[in-house]
Write a protein that binds this ligand. Structure first.
Ligand code: SF4
Length: 409
């Protein structure tokens, strides 16, 4: 498993796979070429990325990274590639091609390149799955994931996670202040207004306690997800598309339950380990595993953080994270027109409330009966399901809601 700093990244939405990773890949490619002499860079998007790059603003992110060098884009859905989110950069001096490198966007902003190994991340945790992590913690009498992580991470991770906490909350606050249209294309069906501020106002005036909590938390999730859709800075948790779930439950705990920033920061160790387990053994990318990999993982992470903040045991935390994922199994990724708007924004709200419910289930049910499904089991089931999903349901905008609404447009 890799450092938590490779799971939680700060960058522009709407998609860690489509904006943060391509932006960083382009910046890295610049170091391989004589940038001052290069007159043009051709960018080829392949497979799923060829279908969704425009809708996710990958071209904008790459052009920004290469500026002032002019960039030309082409889209190739026919060539077979190693990974569905593959891009190739070809640098030209006049008509002569001087350097070429291919990058794969693995999800959550992570990159892999055989031509530019400097972008590749490395494992720092010598464990395969949660079972191994928990066995190690038991043997070493380690009580929290923070204590566990600090055995393997650089000590600077604590400050890093505090910055991540603050960045998450800044995004939520910005989303709650913002109004107006979410920029997509000219399609009238996608002309959607930001909703978070109005939801929040209604939640504040709600008299019913349960409704108030649900709508408040959802408004926080909408706030962050709408920022992501608008290309604002967000935290991958674990991706940009799902970046509303974890910040929403944490912001609720911070504002409404008066948790300190340090307590919220510490909860990210728990959330991060569950996210890392999925990232290592299945996927956190919609293009690989469908939306179960993004919103499902985000919901597991948020449920784990809630358990930490409310003093539940490690067993209860595993129960909550497992429950959160189990009922998202099979969830497809079908962003309408390739934009991370429908169903993505609403799905973040649903994820946040489900994380809370999963925490409640763990609190109440775990002491009554043993959970038959481990977190490793549900992670393996998610991978198996994701592998079986047709590519139409993996971020290609060719199936499900994307197809149905396309027909009505
Ligand atoms: S449907 Fe889910 S996985 Fe797909 S882009 Fe939207 S949030 Fe991401």
């Amino acid at each position: 498993m890799k450092s938590l700093s490779k799971l939680f990244r700060v960058g522009p939405g709407p998609s860690s796979s489509h904006t943060i990773a391509p932006f960083n890949a382009a910046k890295s490619f610049l170091k391989l070429i004589p940038a001052k002499k290069v007159t043009k860079i051709k960018v080829t998007f392949y497979a799923s990325l060829a279908c969704t790059a425009k809708g996710h603003h990958s071209d904008v992110a790459i052009a920004k990274a290469f500026a002032p060098i002019p960039t030309a884009f082409s889209y190739d859905i026919d060539t077979e590639v190693e990974h569905p989110l593959t891009m190739k950069f070809s640098a030209y001096c006049g008509e002569k091609m001087v350097k070429e490198a291919t990058y794969m966007s693995l999800g959550g902003g992570e990159l892999l390149s055989h031509d530019d190994p400097s972008v590749n991340d490395h494992d720092i945790y010598p464990f395969r799955d949660l079972g191994e992590v928990l066995s190690y913690m038991k043997k070493e009498n380690i009580k929290t994931f923070k204590e566990f992580c600090l055995r393997f991470e650089d000590p600077s991770i604590d400050d890093y996670l505090m910055e991540i906490t603050k960045a998450m909350f800044e995004t939520v606050k910005k989303g709650l202040r913002s109004e107006g249209k979410i920029p997509a294309n000219d399609n009238p069906r996608l002309q959607i207004m930001r909703t978070a501020k109005s939801m929040h106002d209604r939640a504040i005036s709600s008299q019913a306690k349960g409704d108030k909590r649900t709508i408040l938390m959802s408004s926080y999730a909408y706030a962050a997800a709408e920022c992501s859709a608008c290309g604002d800075v967000v935290v991958t948790s674990p991706t940009c598309g799902s970046s509303g779930v974890l910040p929403a439950v944490l912001y609720y705990q911070y504002v409404n339950k008066k948790r300190t920033l340090a307590e919220i920061r510490d909860s990210l160790y728990s959330a991060g380990i569950f996210g890392n387990i999925v990232k290592q053994n299945a996927s956190i990318a919609g293009s690989i595993g469908g939306c179960q990999a993004e919103i499902g993982t985000a919901t597991s992470m948020a449920a784990a953080a809630l358990c930490y903040l409310n003093g539940l045991s490690l067993y209860q935390m595993e129960y909550a994270a497992e429950c959160a994922m189990e009922h998202f199994l099979g969830l497809s990724c079908d962003p309408v027109d390739g934009y991370v708007i429908i169903p993505c924004i609403e799905r973040n709200g649903v994820g946040a409330t489900r994380a809370y419910d999963s925490y409640l289930y763990a609190k109440v049910i775990a002491p009554i009966r043993h959970n038959q499904v481990s977190f490793d089991d549900v992670t393996n089931a998610m991978k198996m399901t994701g592998d079986s999903l047709s590519s139409a349901y993996k971020e290609t905008a060719q199936g499900g809601l994307a197809k149905i609404l396309q027909k009505k447009m």
